[in-house]
Design a binder for this molecule. Structure first.
Ligand SMILES: NC(=O)c1ccc[n+]([C@@H]2O[C@H](COP(=O)([O-])OP(=O)(O)OC[C@H]3O[C@@H](n4cnc5c(N)ncnc54)[C@H](OP(=O)(O)O)[C@@H]3O)[C@@H](O)[C@H]2O)c1
Length: 371
C-alpha cells in the first residue's frame, strides 16, 4: 500500500512522464492558484479596438512548444505544457500567442496543434473567453489573398476552434518582395470579412509600414487591433518606441514579444552558464555587456520582493504593452504569473531604463522587422 503522499507523488510523475519539477510535488499542480487579491486584479482585461475582444494584461508565448532546434522541445514535455496552459487559464490569462510556422521539421504546426488539444481537453468555462493570437507566415508561395484564407482554415483545424482571436501577419514582405505585400493585406481583410477571425493584427511592422497597413485596413472597414514587436529592456531603441507611440495614437495595442530577451533578462544565464543550442552564441556576446541592467533588475527585484523575470516582464506592462513571455515549465509559468497584479513605480522605471542605456549590449533586431 502507498501513503496518500506517495500516491500524489506518483500521479505527478505520471503527468510529467517521470520528471519531477522542483517545488510542486506537494501541490495538486492543476489547481495552483494565486492569492485572492492577485486573482482579483488579474480579472481586469484590456479591450481591443473593434469587435468585442478583451485580453489579459499579459499573454503566454508558445514558440518553444514544438521547436527542437532553438528551444530543445521534446514531445515528453507535452503533459507539462498542458499543465502550464491550464494553470494560465485558471489564473486569468486568456491570451496565447502562436504561429502557423511554429514547430520545427516534421513538427511543423505543433504549437497550434498542442493548443488545439489543450483547448479541447480543458475542463472549465474559462476557455470560453480564450483569445488565440496566431500568425501567418509570408511564405514566398503565398501570393494571393485566398492562400492566406486557406492558411487560416488550416490553423483553425489544428487549433480545433471556430474562429481565430487575433489573426496576425507574421512579417511584412515590403523590404524584399513588395509585390507580395498587397496579398497579405487583402488576405487579412478576407479572413475578417468571412468571419474566420475576430480581430486582426500585424507583427514585425516598423514605424513606416505600420501606418500604411493601418490606413489600408481602415479604408476596407477592418480595424487593426494589435502590433506585435520585439520589446524589452534590451530592445527599447528608437524604432520600438516610435512604433509604440504610433500605436498609441492609432488605438492599436502593442504586444511585446521576447520580453525576457530569450531568457537573458531572467538573470539565470551567465558567461559560465549558457543555454544549449544557438542561443549560446548570442548570449555569450551580450551578457557580459549588460551588467548595469542586470544589477539594476536585481536591486529592484530585491526591494520589491519580486524576481528578476517578474520585474523585466512588469516593465513591459508598465510601458503600456502586453508582454507574451515564452514558458517551458510550470515553475516558469507560476513565476511569470507573478509579473501581473502590481506596477513598477516611475522612479524604478527610470532606474531600469538608465541602466539599460548604460549597458552597451542590446538585443539584435529581428531581421523580419521592416522600417
Ligand atoms: N512575432 C515574432 O516574430 C516573434 C518572435 C519571437 C517571439 N515571438 C512570440 O513571443 C513569445 C515570447 O518570446 P520568446 O519565447 O522569444 O522569448 P522570451 O519570452 O523573452 O523568453 C522565453 C524563455 O525564457 C525562459 N524563461 C521564461 N520564463 C522564465 C522564468 N520565469 N525563469 C527563468 N527562465 C524563464 C525560457 O527558456 P529557457 O528555460 O530555455 O531559458 C523561455 O522559453 C514567443 O513564444 C512567441 O509567441 C514572436
Amino acid at each position: 500500500m502507498f501513503s496518500p503522499n506517495q500516491q500524489q507523488q506518483m500521479q505527478v510523475q505520471v503527468k510529467y512522464g517521470g520528471v519531477n519539477p522542483v517545488g510542486i510535488i506537494k501541490k495538486k499542480i492543476d489547481e495552483v492558484v494565486l492569492w485572492p487579491w492577485q486573482k482579483q486584479q488579474q480579472k481586469k482585461k484590456l479591450k481591443l479596438v473593434g469587435g468585442g475582444l478583451s485580453v489579459s494584461p499579459m499573454g503566454f508565448g508558445t514558440w518553444a512548444w514544438g521547436n527542437q532546434l532553438l528551444w530543445g522541445y521534446q514531445q515528453s514535455m507535452d503533459p507539462q505544457l498542458q499543465t502550464i496552459f491550464n494553470l494560465a487559464l485558471r489564473n486569468g490569462i486568456n491570451l496565447f500567442d502562436t504561429a502557423d510556422s511554429y514547430g520545427t521539421g516534421q513538427l511543423n504546426g505543433q504549437s497550434e496543434k498542442l493548443l488545439g488539444t489543450f483547448i479541447s481537453q480543458f475542463q472549465g468555462n474559462e476557455v470560453d473567453n480564450i483569445v488565440i493570437a496566431t500568425k501567418f507566415a509570408a511564405y514566398p508561395w503565398r501570393l494571393t489573398p485566398n492562400q492566406f484564407v486557406n492558411a487560416c482554415k488550416s490553423s483553425l483545424d489544428r487549433l480545433q476552434i471556430e474562429r481565430i482571436g487575433i489573426a496576425q501577419l507574421h512579417w511584412s514582405t515590403a523590404n524584399y518582395a513588395p509585390f507580395q505585400e498587397r496579398a497579405l493585406w487583402d488576405g487579412l481583410v478576407a479572413m475578417y470579412d468571412q468571419g474566420l477571425v475576430e480581430a486582426v493584427g500585424v507583427s514585425n511592422y516598423g514605424p513606416k509600414q505600420l501606418p500604411k497597413i493601418h490606413h489600408y485596413l481602415n479604408q476596407r472597414g477592418v480595424p487593426l487591433s494589435t502590433a506585435q514587436v520585439q520589446f524589452s529592456l534590451l530592445s527599447m531603441g528608437e524604432d520600438q518606441m516610435e512604433i509604440k507611440s504610433i500605436c498609441d495614437s492609432l488605438g492599436i495595442r502593442v504586444i511585446a514579444y521576447s520580453p525576457l530577451a530569450l531568457g537573458m533578462l531572467t538573470g539565470k544565464y551567465t558567461p559560465a552558464n549558457l543555454p544549449r543550442g544557438p542561443r549560446s552564441l548570442l548570449f555569450r556576446q551580450i551578457i557580459p555587456r549588460m551588467e548595469p541592467l542586470l544589477i539594476s533588475l536585481k536591486e529592484i527585484a530585491e526591494k520589491r520582493g519580486k524576481s528578476i523575470p517578474q520585474v523585466a516582464i512588469n516593465w513591459c506592462i508598465s510601458k503600456g504593452t502586453i508582454p507574451i513571455p515564452g514558458v517551458k515549465s510550470v515553475k516558469q509559468a507560476e513565476e511569470n504569473l507573478g509579473a501581473i497584479g502590481w506596477k513598477l513605480r516611475s522612479g524604478e522605471l527610470d532606474e531600469l531604463e538608465c541602466a539599460a542605456r548604460d549597458s552597451p549590449a542590446k538585443m539584435i533586431q529581428n531581421v523580419f522587422q521592416t522600417t
